[in-house]
Write a protein that binds this ligand. Structure first.
Ligand code: F3S
Length: 390
């Protein structure tokens, strides 16, 4: 891989240990994937923030990085943590809270933005055609497919390294020739709700490996449906983008037919509970937008959360702050708007939550392993009817 003179000097240690380590990570990655050079990025998004999923091992490394003066050189946002400070913090053992704070502290020392969200594109929309280094598969699929900015799916360490250096290796879908769809997906029936969009994503993610699909049937789908679809697509496989326009015959090497039965079967497989009595009804995976928070507030006005049941809506701290009126309405109904956290990366099992109902296929896919919970995947209207009376 060709490095400029300035990059070479960083590689040799002129900028200190953290910069050198970051440069070595990027060069290694670039060489592995055949990149010829590094390219500048507009922003980075770092995953591996929740103590629950991160564990103890990387904490010392993050501390050493921050201690040695590592600072990000581009706008850098971070994924959700394992608790929110208003509702969950008081319910979680102190030692876990402290570990979580230690992690956040290191990110803060490195000058990252305390965004704590998997939808950083609602905070600042990346420019079309911009190169980014984002971890968090749902955000990667969204930004490549809907916003048309360019990012590979980074891991936590490579996103951190790119944030420090301000560059990423030029390979994968940073290159226009690798962004052409090679698989045409023929969807033989229209989808009825967001859970079916999610189920389609899970179904295709398993079949596509890392190939880019063209799915003309999604051309008129709305943003929430596409967000559900993309998040699920990135969950069950390594797909990092999809196209909605019809692919040219030249680029397509494969066709997949999807019948409505395939989608229904996948949706059913994502419900593992034998009854319809959840302990928690959860909305907001991926984190809800302002629009979605307002929609929920409007839909549940005048109703009350059933006793003995938790109703959570997850979003970023920014959206929670800007939508105070809707947040109040949701909380007046007995729901909780949790900011900077998500169910999957939080300690639900410590709260006695055994069954989770959600409209998110991604959560339903992960909850049996990451939350040791049974799942009920159901569309928004059914989630609300289960959570609320009146
Ligand atoms: Fe976001 Fe958590 Fe879902 S990080 S995409 S809300 S699993």
């Amino acid at each position: 891989m060709h490095l400029t003179k300035a990059e070479d000097r960083i590689y040799d240690g002129e900028g200190g240990w953290a910069q050198q380590t970051s440069m070595k990570i990027l060069v290694r990655l670039g060489e592995l994937f055949g990149a010829e050079k590094l390219i500048p990025i507009d922003s980075a998004h770092v995953s591996g923030v929740s103590y629950k999923t991160l564990g103890d091992a990387p904490i010392d490394f993050l501390k050493a990085f921050a201690d040695s003066g590592a600072r990000v050189t581009v706008r850098t946002t971070v994924n959700p943590q394992s608790l929110d400070l208003e509702y969950l913090a008081g319910k979680i053992p102190q030692n876990l809270r402290e570990k979580q704070l230690t992690i956040l502290d290191q990110f803060r020392r490195m000058k990252m933005i305390n965004s704590l969200t998997c939808t950083p594109y609602y905070l600042k929309k990346p420019v079309r055609g911009a190169h980014l280094a984002w971890a968090e598969s749902s955000a990667v699929v969204y930004t490549n497919s809907i916003l048309d900015s360019f990012t590979n799916r980074e891991g936590g360490p490579s996103a951190l390294a790119a944030a420090i250096i301000g560059k990423t290796p030029d390979y994968g879908i940073h290159r226009p020739e690798n962004r052409r769809p090679t698989v045409l997906v023929n969807l033989e029936s229209s989808l009825r709700n967001e859970t079916e969009f999610g189920a389609l994503g899970i179904h295709l993610g398993k079949m596509l490996e890392n190939k880019i699909p063209s799915i003309p049937a999604l051309r008129n789908s709305n943003e929430s449906e596409l967000k559900q679809f993309g998040a699920a697509l990135g969950t069950s496989g390594m797909v990092n983008m999809f196209r909605r326009r019809l692919a040219t015959k030249k680029s397509v090497t494969e066709e997949i037919d999807v019948e409505y039965q395939d989608v229904r079967r996948t949706a059913e497989s994502l419900s593992t509970a034998s009854n319809r009595n959840p302990d928690l009804v959860f909305l907001g995976c991926p984190h809800y937008s302002s629009q979605e928070i307002k929609q929920i507030a409007g839909l549940i006005k005048g109703r009350k959360v059933k006793s003995g049941l938790e109703f959570w809506v997850c979003t970023s701290c920014r959206v929670k702050n800007t939508e105070k009126r809707s947040v109040k309405q949701i909380e007046a109904c007995g729901g909780h708007v949790l900011a900077g956290v998500c169910t999957v990366v939080s300690w639900t099992e410590k709260l006695g939550i055994d069954t989770i109902m959600t409209n998110s296929a991604k959560t339903a896919y992960y909850a049996p392993t990451l939350n040791k919970a049974k799942t009920i995947l159901a569309p928004l209207s059914q989630c609300l009817d289960t959570a609320l009376k009146g």
